[in-house]
Design a binder for this molecule. Structure first.
Ligand code: URA
Length: 425
């Protein structure tokens, strides 16, 4: 076997054999296939695709590159959720304790943000003292004692994906459905959850800009999960508009706590409940009542215990950015567009996200929205507040919002998109 013939097979639109796939993933993980060779192969896959057989084998090879976790010893069924990433997507924060409060165990291995989408770990790290890095033993301990744990994936889980994802990030090869599906599912299957709900985002703020691509990604991932014995369901959800009223780390924690306290924006509550129902059903707990767990404070209790178990202080004051800048509506009417990508880039430029993995994020930076599509607005009323510790970034952030906010004359017929667009099982 040699790497050049593997690259040529895919370059010439051929099908990779199981032996070629196992060999190239193993050699790449061990450092014998060079980054530039894997980059060429990733680009050939992006351009020419892989069929379902190839994707299944590629995923299995990435799982086999590292360790597999096992939660069989836990006293509850496990349920996990994975979002393909969006703007203002803080759902994991209220969802994990909510589902735990309803009887499932939620092992949520999460990531950091890159580019315009936020990362769950960056959000939680704005809580003073909270630790993302846990050993496997600590993770199991928090999971057994509180019902939920949100932490960084250890280095031993799908190391082939860790290497390949970093490479794709700098070679323009992230947006390939076979590579995204195998990347996400190799980690989720290796993690050892019994059931998985995928939140596949669709729209300007998501990887998948249209519903057809999102359906294809969702059905590929559902097939991979099911083939590996993980009960897997996908919801396709709107990411043309940011979720909720905040995009930024501490701002999103504050909003998540509002949801756990029984309040919060309607779209965040609706999606949290929809995903909780799917997770509980997939975990064999279809009669659990997540709405009650939000109302009666039991989800909030799990949140507090989970944050404390990871060193955080749930009562600590969250960081606030040093400077604010308010953007007002320029005309009266109905807000018809608040573009998720534009808001995500603005939050990123304000300091909420990072351009390179080594960059630090600002805990208090981000965008706070005062209106959502469908709302009536009056010229001069605040539309959003920008937060940052580095006010020299305001102009650059405002530039990102250019064309991202539209208002139509009052009386215009406008129906906002539903949050849940489709379900694939
Ligand atoms: N998230 C992942 O884990 N992998 C991808 O390829 C894209 C999003």
């Amino acid at each position: 076997m040699d790497v050049i013939s593997v690259i040529r097979t895919k370059r010439d639109r051929g099908e990779l054999s199981p032996e070629q796939i196992d060999w190239v993933i193993d050699e790449y993980t061990r450092g014998a296939v060079a980054d530039e060779q894997m980059s060429a192969l990733a680009m050939a896959i992006l351009l020419n695709g892989m069929n379902r057989t190839e994707i299944a084998r590629w995923t299995a090879a990435m799982i086999a590159s590292g360790e597999r976790m096992n939660f069989d010893a836990l006293s509850r069924p496990t349920a996990d959720k994975h979002s393909t990433g969006g703007v203002g997507d803080k759902i994991t924060l209220p969802l994990a304790p909510l589902v735990a409060a309803c009887g499932a165990a939620v092992p949520q291995l999460s990531g950091r943000g890159l580019g315009h989408t936020g990362g769950t770990l960056d959000k939680l790290e704005s809580i003073p003292g909270w630790r993302a890095l846990l050993s496997n033993a600590e993770m199991l301990d928090v999971l057994e004692s509180t019902g939920a744990v949100i932490c960084a994936a250890g280095d031993g889980l799908a190391p082939a994906d860790k290497k390949l994802y970093a490479l794709r990030d700098v070679t323009g090869t992230v947006e390939a459905i076979p590579l995204i599906a195998s990347s996400i599912m190799s980690k989720k299957i290796a993690e050892g959850t019994g059931s998985l709900v995928l939140d596949v985002k669709v729209g300007s703020g998501a990887f998948m800009k249209n519903i057809e691509d999102a359906r294809e990604l969702a059905s590929t991932m559902v097939g991979l999960g099911t083939d590996h014995g993980v009960k897997t369901v996908a919801l396709l959800t709107d990411m043309a508009t940011p979720l909720g009223l905040t995009a930024g780390n501490a701002l999103e924690v504050r909003e998540s706590v509002e949801v756990l306290a029984g309040g919060g924006p309607a779209d965040v509550v609706e999606l949290t409940i929809a995903l909780a129902r799917e997770m509980l059903t997939a975990a064999g707990l279809p009669d659990a009542d997540p709405e009650k767990a939000l109302r009666d404070g039991s989800a909030m209790d799990v949140w507090r215990r989970m944050i404390q178990a990871q060193g955080g202080d749930p009562d600590a004051t969250l960081p606030v950015a040093r400077e604010q800048h308010v953007i007002n509506a320029s005309s009266s009417g109905v807000l018809t567009k608040l573009d998720a990508y534009a808001v995500g880039v603005a939050a990123w430029r304000l300091g909420a996200g990072r351009a390179r993995k080594e960059d630090q994020v600002q805990a208090g930076a981000g965008v706070e929205l005062h209106a959502k599509p469908g709302d009536k607005v009056v010229a001069g009323q605040p539309l959003m507040t920008l937060h940052t510790d580095t006010p020299e970034k305001f102009a650059y952030a405002i530039e990102a919002l250019d064309g991202g906010v539209l208002t139509a004359p009052e009386g215009t017929d406008f129906v906002p998109s539903p949050i849940v667009l489709d379900r694939i099982a």
